[in-house]
Design a protein around this ligand. Structure first.
Ligand code: DC
Length: 238
């Protein structure tokens, strides 16, 4: 495929706060359309994991930028969500560790890191299309995307879903302590505030994004709604 063709491949961006279901929805829609998928949160998490392994701190700007240049990442739309491959191997749960999450929100606030990751993220735009999941996909990384969705849900509903997910996986303990609904609720509120108020690429809907509030919607309803938006934009009827 030539660069021209891949640059012309349509893009669907799905941005929104933590826990809104972006990963699951992106994966389901990408599978249905047969499109490629980008999990940009995993890009920041991978840089952070590598930084932690090398004992770097979030203000080692030069060393972090070096790490960004060496990343060999790939993504697959799996049944349960987006699968991440580093150097051709699945990364599994390592990216989900609490420490990696904390480091990634610090690393994601470094402008030089965000800049260094732009080309890598844009390189995933390839035929027949790309579903890009993140915070600034529609505002910064793919401002010309054909379809932009901002997937939101109330803090209480996102905390409830997260609690249920951890319960189903038998992971309601963190370092010996019980993970409570109240703690998840407070953590989400704090992360929302940090992500919305940071000066670089805050989590806000692009002017031309369609806001989908999934608080009272099932997963199937959200997927249907997003697929309908793609159809309307890419196969206009009359
Ligand atoms: O969605 P997530 O929890 O995997 O994201 C990990 C961190 O990366 C989170 O602190 C937000 C940040 N992030 C970002 O700043 N921009 C993106 N496009 C995606 C994630």
């Amino acid at each position: 495929m030539s660069d021209l063709q891949s640059a012309g491949a349509p893009v669907l961006t799905i941005d929104g706060p933590s826990g809104a279901g972006k990963g699951t929805v992106s994966s389901r829609v990408a599978r249905a359309l047969g499109w490629n998928v980008l999990d940009s949160g995993a890009v920041y998490r991978t840089v952070s994991l590598a930084a932690l392994q090398r004992g770097l701190s979030a203000d080692d700007e030069g060393a972090l930028v070096e790490l960004c240049r060496d990343l060999r990442l790939a993504f697959r739309a799996g049944e349960e969500g987006i699968e991440v491959l580093l150097d051709d191997r699945p990364v599994g749960d390592a990216l989900r560790a609490e420490q990696v999450g904390v480091m990634s929100s610090q690393v994601a606030a470094v402008p030089a890191v965000r800049e260094a990751l732009l080309d890598l993220q844009r390189s995933f735009q390839a035929a027949p299309g790309l579903v890009a999941d993140g915070r600034d996909m529609g505002t910064v990384v793919f401002p010309d995307a054909e379809v932009k969705v901002f997937l939101d849900a109330s803090v209480a509903e996102r905390a409830r879903r997260r609690y249920q997910q951890l319960k189903d996986k038998g992971q309601l303990k963190d370092k010996g302590e019980d993970v409570t609904f109240d703690r998840l609720f407070r953590d989400l509120e704090d992360r929302d505030r940090r992500d919305r108020e940071r000066s670089v690429s805050p989590t806000i809907p692009a002017d031309d994004a369609v806001v989908v509030d999934s608080t009272r919607m099932t997963l199937d309803e959200v997927v249907d709604r997003v697929e309908e938006l793609v159809r309307q934009r890419l196969q206009p009827t009359g």
